[in-house]
Design a protein around this ligand. Structure first.
Ligand code: ADP
Ligand code: MG
Length: 375
């Protein structure tokens, strides 16, 4: 049960601000030494609250947080020796860049000549060697964020926390900084807990992602596993694009389920979290897994086949996004590479869509946020 590589553990952590509602309901998570773990969830799901408890700025209502084998639940923030970067940089505006970087070293009573060397080294590391004498107000947003990054890392903490550090930057700069952060993380070998509501950012940067909703971890897995094998309808809907089709499920033998749609069409799915003998369920399938059968071309045998009416298509350049509708109005999206397989369809055309059963999942409707989620 205990993994010797585990560096950080949350054990049944709960948090209430008002003694009535739990914003973190029951948070249990292990992070390995040197791992880059992201907490991904919608706004208000409790991500910042978890980081604040880890940093020591908020009390844990119950449960325990363990860093490197020792409980820190009663340890003051400065004794936890954690590096932190927040959304709004929080640099000292009256200090130069070099003074900002020196600050965490001065409070740790590092000798002055060592401080100067270390500051020069970290200015180089974030490619700001010519900016040491500037004040934060004289820097661009991206440069300020690199200073904030260097200041969080300069005292070489074993654990670094980042709370949506890139959300104020434009797309291009954000992608560049994603690359910088993962590069520095690998180079320095610290353990990273990163928070974002941006699923693309989480997928590109993380070793593992904890998908978080209403203070509960929905799934904790590497990026490809989250995408290919979502645990429930919430994860399937939150990570990437997804078609969700309502049906009535019958848990089949072993790992497959058969799902009957309103019009009687029967489809086969891998069992997600659907375990009932029968009942309402959601069938989930990614747009790029669907194929369009045109001109009487037959779907391969064993495939799921669905009849749908073509609505419209959007040209995206490298691929084409087709919109279909089922008889009950359910919208189905199909993504096809823009090559000679991309069919030309006319509005209202009745079309067969097909896909392999292994690419779709039967889920409980309850785990989808649109269906409500009560404690
Ligand atoms: P996230 O970072 O995922 O957006 P937060 O942790 O900031 O979520 O917030 C989770 C919930 O806790 C929200 O409903 C928020 O309003 C509430 N909350 C956050 N901080 C406080 C606070 N200091 N006092 C009272 N409620 C708070
Ligand atoms: Mg937050």
């Amino acid at each position: 049960m205990t993994d010797p590589d585990v560096f950080l553990s949350f054990r049944n952590v709960k948090k209430t601000y008002d003694r009535r509602t739990l914003v973190v309901r029951d948070f249990t998570l292990d992070v390995r030494r040197g791992e880059f773990v992201t907490l991904l969830g919608p706004s208000g799901s409790g991500k910042t609250t978890v980081l604040m408890m880890l940093a020591g700025f908020e009390h844990v209502s119950s449960g325990d947080i363990i860093i490197d084998g020792a409980s820190v639940t009663r340890t003051a923030p400065y004794e936890r020796n954690i590096g932190m970067v927040f959304q709004n940089y929080a640099l000292f505006p009256h200090m130069t860049v070099a003074e900002n970087l020196a600050y965490p070293l001065r409070v740790r009573k590092m000798p002055r000549n060592e401080i100067n060397d270390r500051v020069a080294q970290y200015l180089r590391l974030v490619e700001l060697e010519d900016f040491g004498n500037r004040h934060p107000g004289q820097l661009s947003g991206g440069q300020r964020q690199r200073v904030a990054l260097a200041r969080a890392l300069i005292f070489e903490p074993a654990l670094v926390l980042m709370d949506e550090p890139l959300s104020a930057l434009d797309k291009k700069l954000r992608e560049q900084m994603q690359f910088e952060i993962t590069r520095l993380h690998r180079k320095l070998g610290c353990t990273m807990v990163y928070v974002t509501h941006d699923q693309a950012e989480a997928l590109t940067m993380s070793d593992r992602i904890a998908v978080f909703n209403h203070g509960v971890v929905q799934q904790y897995a590497p990026p490809d596993e989250l995408y290919e094998q979502p645990a429930n309808a919430f994860v399937a809907g939150f990570i990437g694009e997804n078609n969700l089709i309502k049906g009535t499920g019958a848990a089949g033998s072993g790992t497959s389920a058969s799902v009957t749609l309103h019009d009687g069409t029967v489809l086969t799915a891998a069992q997600g979290d659907f375990r009932e003998p029968s009942g309402p369920c959601l069938l989930s399938v990614r747009p790029e897994k669907l194929r369009i059968a045109v001109d009487g071309s037959a779907p391969e045998s064993g495939a799921n086949v669905l009849r749908a009416g073509f609505v419209t298509q959007h040209y995206v350049g490298d691929f084409i996004r087709y919109y279909f509708e089922l008889a009950d109005g359910t919208r189905i999206i199909v993504k096809t590479m823009n090559d000679d397989r991309a069919p030309a369809l006319t509005e209202g055309q009745s079309t067969l869509l097909y896909w392999s059963p292994e690419h779709c999942f039967a889920f409980h409707p309850q785990s989808h946020p649109a269906q409500g989620d009560t404690p």
